[in-house]
Ligand binder design. Structure first.
Ligand code: ATP
Length: 266
């Protein structure tokens, strides 16, 4: 009787394998939960002697749209430029998918999977839409097929043979975003994509950004258009005089007139 109650060797092995698999599953889940796609901490940036960003910290999860809001001159664009290495932060950490990017050159940061769409768009005016896109993808380690950009921005497909200078402001902005996407980025930083565009064009572009977000593209958005921002973003950070002043979901911000008034003047 006593002997029959003892577990067999095979039963021990099965139990051990089961425990091992369970611990692996648990470990993978907790690691995934702990590490965001982008983790920024203690970021300090200067222009010459002027201290512009003070200990900025933020996180962005994969597939998330996160917005940076704040008054003019608050430091939003400088934050994007500091992430992208256009401005070299004096201290702090920028981890993309666990890789440290702070202090690296922009081209290395681009190769690591981050793309900044500048406010001034930076497209080649003398080249066609298609040429602009193909050139953008040339040196990328991975790239989107053109068909995927056409799918995201059907308007660009219609204008594929038009020169950059012949496009409307909204089309140029689509092309600038399309150029970033050609490099198959893990994260796209959009600096004021709706700036200077007519409301009807903003609606078109918003639709395209929504499609992009729904397709799982991770985005950090800096934008003055609060209504558009709160429609697109799931979470929001407010920067005030170079300091992080507020963090929350878009819904929480909408329901918080005090914060809206204090930091955004609305
Ligand atoms: N190249 C530069 N040299 C010196 N100071 C700069 C430079 N660019 C921006 N600044 C200053 O840094 C501060 C933050 O500017 P930044 O452009 O980051 O603000 P922002 O929140 O993006 O505002 P905006 O919406 O007006 O662009 C401002 O005081 C601005 O005058």
């Amino acid at each position: 009787m006593r002997r029959s109650r003892r577990p067999t060797w095979a039963a021990c092995t099965r139990r051990w394998q089961h425990e091992l698999a369970r611990s692996r599953r648990t470990r993978r889940t907790s690691e995934d939960a702990a590490v965001s796609l982008l983790e920024v901490s203690g970021l300090n940036s200067y222009y010459g002697d002027s201290h512009i960003l003070f200990d900025i910290g933020l996180r962005v999860e994969k597939n998330e749209v996160v917005a940076l809001l704040g008054r003019n001159g608050a430091g939003k664009s400088t934050t994007l430029k500091s992430l992208m290495g256009v401005v070299t932060p004096r201290s702090g950490s920028v981890l993309l998918d666990g890789v440290q990017l702070a202090g690296r050159k922009s081209h290395a940061i681009a190769r690591a999977g981050m793309q900044l769409v500048h406010e001034e768009r930076r497209i080649f005016g003398s080249l066609s839409v298609e040429e602009n896109l193909v050139i953008a993808g040339l040196t990328a380690p991975e790239r989107w097929p053109l068909a995927r950009v056409w799918e995201m921005f059907p308007r660009l497909k219609e204008r594929r043979n038009s020169r950059g200078t012949d496009l409307s402001g909204g089309e140029q902005q689509m092309l600038a975003i399309g150029r970033a996407l050609m490099r198959s980025p893990k994260i796209v930083l959009l600096d004021e994509p709706f700036e200077g565009l007519a409301p009807v064009i903003v609606q078109d572009l918003m639709k395209a950004c929504r499609t992009l977000a729904d397709a799982g593209q991770t985005i950090v958005l800096v934008e003055q258009n609060l209504a558009a921002t709160l429609q697109l973003a799931q979470r929001v950070y407010i920067i005030n005089n170079g300091h992080l002043a507020h963090e929350g979901t878009a819904g929480e911000l909408r329901a918080n007139p005090d914060v809206l008034h204090r930091y955004l003047g609305v």
